[in-house]
Design a protein around this ligand. Structure first.
Ligand SMILES: [Zn+2]
Length: 260
């Protein structure tokens, strides 16, 4: 089952693959411009594009992990598409991107946000007019990516960049982890009413086999413990003084989640 979300200038189609991965296809409304974001596999993307009679113009990656890049070369060869990938992650690409790169999709500027932590080169794609963020494995609904390569300081900076985006930003993350994440989030922030409400919504969606993404960033700012490391109630739960740094609080929270 593939879900479509329509925005101002383009649609995003979400293709579920493997255990809990999502591949996204963005298709411009007025032109044939078509991107695939983080293709773990090529086949499900080719099947979808053939069905819709779309032609892929670019393969776009947030980071180098195989469950985000496994379909890259097959898709590139099949469609003669360009691969766009982060400058500081080891990916074979036609164009390497960093914060200074100028990109556009469906007539709107796409901002590259460097967000190291999960990997050192991890980037986010922010579609500035529609306010759509492709967050890869940096931010999840009620969670964040594991620190495989980066430090708590780096990840805190990356999450701070996301916190500065508008509340009505719609976030597409690359895994369906929301329900599991809600269990940890509730364990550290049990009195949070916004979190309780969001958890009920996720449960309802998952009970109907619907995706819990995209999700609204404004609500996430109120619910996601990793975006709230600086909140007094989170620090209290972690037995940290209210004056400790956000980085220290985030590091302890992330470690707790790794062993949850
Ligand atoms: Zn990853």
């Amino acid at each position: 089952m593939i879900e479509e979300n329509k925005f101002l200038n383009f649609s995003v189609f979400t293709i579920p693959v493997l255990n809990d991965n999502y591949i996204f296809v963005a298709k411009a409304h007025k032109t044939s411009q078509t991107w695939v974001i983080d293709p773990a596999l090529a086949k499900p993307v080719i099947n979808f594009l053939q069905d819709k009679k779309y032609k892929l113009t670019a393969v776009v990656n947030t980071h180098h992990h195989l469950d985000h890049t496994g379909g890259n070369l097959e898709l590139k060869n099949y469609y003669n598409a360009l691969i766009l990938a982060p400058k500081n992650d080891p990916i074979t690409a036609d164009k390497k991107l960093d914060t200074n790169s100028k990109l556009s999709f469906a007539g709107e500027a796409v901002q590259i946000i460097e967000a190291p932590g999960h990997t050192l080169g991890h980037i986010l794609y922010y579609f500035t007019e529609s306010k759509v963020l492709f967050a890869g494995d940096c931010l999840f609904s009620l969670g964040c990516g594991r620190l495989f390569e980066g430090s708590p300081q780096q990840m805190t900076n990356s999450l701070n960049k996301i916190l500065q985006l508008p509340d009505n930003t719609q976030v597409f993350c690359a895994h369906e982890y929301s329900l599991d994440n809600s269990k940890f989030a509730l364990s550290v922030d049990s009195a949070n009413l916004a979190l309780q409400k969001k958890t009920t919504q996720i449960q309802n969606l998952r009970n109907q086999n619907k995706f819990s993404i995209p999700f609204k960033l404004g609500i996430e700012k109120q619910c996601n413990p990793f975006l709230r490391s600086n909140a007094p109630e989170i620090k209290k739960y972690l037995n940290l003084s209210s004056s400790c740094s956000t980085v220290e609080s985030f590091a302890k929270l992330r470690k707790l989640k790794d062993n949850f």
